[in-house]
Design a protein around this ligand. Structure first.
Ligand SMILES: *Cc1c(COP(=O)(O)O)cnc(C)c1O
Length: 378
């Protein structure tokens, strides 16, 4: 392993999570692996390959470029773009049978035009605004859009979808219940209008794990597939209700020591001299910094694992380097392995821990790991 900083992807753990989550699915529901944001920082191509081996039924990405990479790898997979697609890119979607998320009349009109031009069908998933106030057609405007779809011979309504705003908070499920009820009402109206969308989907990880009645014909699972609970309270709820689900973190982030030095009390560490040694200490320089995704908010607060011992970050995180206090580690040498996320000996640093230190959530911490770092599948 001749990288100074790298990501390890545990294929066995990823496979375990996919199989375990598939085991929770309601009758008739298929599994869509969400691969946006470089597969939550895990490595797009690496994760896609493993997920395909696990026979997931569909893949969701954020944009058409990711979709085209996937299409080249998996010629017959169901690929859905969750995010916005520029009209200039509709031909790319149509020519590669990429399903698009759509919610405006003029999108349907432009897709019909592009479909006719290429003599192919555009597959759309109509996204319903049920309360997240993000993408989606307001139920009040549903019939306007359906009318245009009905008049379009090159546009197929392949799916209907919505997205929960707060399903991770299990202490109050009333808003999620209302969103789901509204979604069901709209799906009913679409069926009454004569449409038979194959894919009806609204469940993210939290809903997939906790609310089987929301599964529809497809669930869109991101964070849980990577072995991370959507929130602490989702995990607690699972334990309380004895849901048979164990998740195993898939990603480990490692680096190797660049220098070790002993410094006297009173020595300031790193830019801004924000932290000064209270006693004589051994300091290791690590070749990883905020460019790599090791957030500057981790300055002076985060810990890393050296030989299974927790070592605190000292002073400010730099662009490509950070210093840690290795005084408590009996034997430290340059080029020795250091764990930033993952297990070392009896200790584990979870993505959630790093996120909490940086004042954010695991989703952001993971997706911000620089995509240029090597991903090694182990
Ligand atoms: C990211 C995303 C998901 C996956 O959410 P997780 O909480 O990671 O499972 C599902 N649906 C949509 C529309 C998303 O943007």
């Amino acid at each position: 392993m001749n990288h100074k900083t790298w990501i390890e992807i545990d294929e066995r753990a990823l496979t375990h999570n996919i199989v375990a989550l598939k085991g929770l699915l309601s009758e008739g529901a298929k599994f869509c692996a969400v691969l946006k944001a470089n597969a939550y920082g895990h490595g797009f191509v690496e994760v896609a390959r493993i997920a395909a081996r696990c026979n997931v039924d569909a893949f969701a990405v954020d944009n058409i470029d990711e979709a085209l990479v996937l299409r080249a790898m998996l010629p017959s997979a169901l690929v859905l773009v969750l995010g916005y697609t520029l009209k200039e890119r509709y031909a790319d979607a149509i020519n590669n049978e990429i399903h698009l998320t759509v919610y405006e009349k003029d999108q349907v009109v432009a897709l019909e035009y592009a479909g006719a031009e290429h003599a192919k069908t555009a597959f759309i998933h109509l996204k319903i605004e049920t309360g997240t106030s993000r993408q989606g057609v307001l139920p009040d405007h549903l019939y306007d859009v359906l009318e245009v779809i009905g008049a379009s011979s090159h546009v197929a309504l392949a799916g209907v979808s919505t997205h929960f705003a707060n399903v991770e908070d299990t202490t109050d499920t009333s808003f999620a219940n209302r969103q789901f009820a509204l979604f069901q009402e709209v799906v009913g109206a679409i069926r009454n209008a004569g449409y038979r969308p194959e894919w009806v989907h609204c469940s993210n990880s939290a809903a997939t794990i906790l609310y089987p009645d929301t599964h529809g014909s497809l669930v869109r699972v991101g964070i849980a597939m990577y072995g991370i609970w959507p929130s602490e309270i989702v995990e607690q709820t699972v334990r309380r209700h004895n849901v048979p689900l164990e998740l195993e973190p898939v990603l480990a982030w490692k680096t190797r020591i660049a220098q070790v030095k002993s410094l006297p009390a009173g020595t300031p560490i790193s830019y801004g001299m924000t932290e000064v040694l209270r006693k004589a200490s051994r300091i290791a320089v690590l070749p990883v910094g905020y460019w790599d995704g090791f957030d500057r908010g981790l300055s002076s607060v985060a810990e890393v694992l050296v030989n299974g011992i927790r070592c605190k970050v000292m002073g400010r995180v730099c662009m490509n380097m950070v210093m840690v206090d290795v005084s408590a580690v009996p034997q430290v040498e340059p080029e020795q392995e250091v764990v930033l996320i993952g297990r070392s000996g009896r200790f584990v640093i979870a993505a959630e821990e790093m996120a909490a230190h940086a004042g954010t959530i695991s989703y952001e911490t993971l997706t911000r790991i620089n995509p240029l770092l090597p991903r090694i599948v182990i």
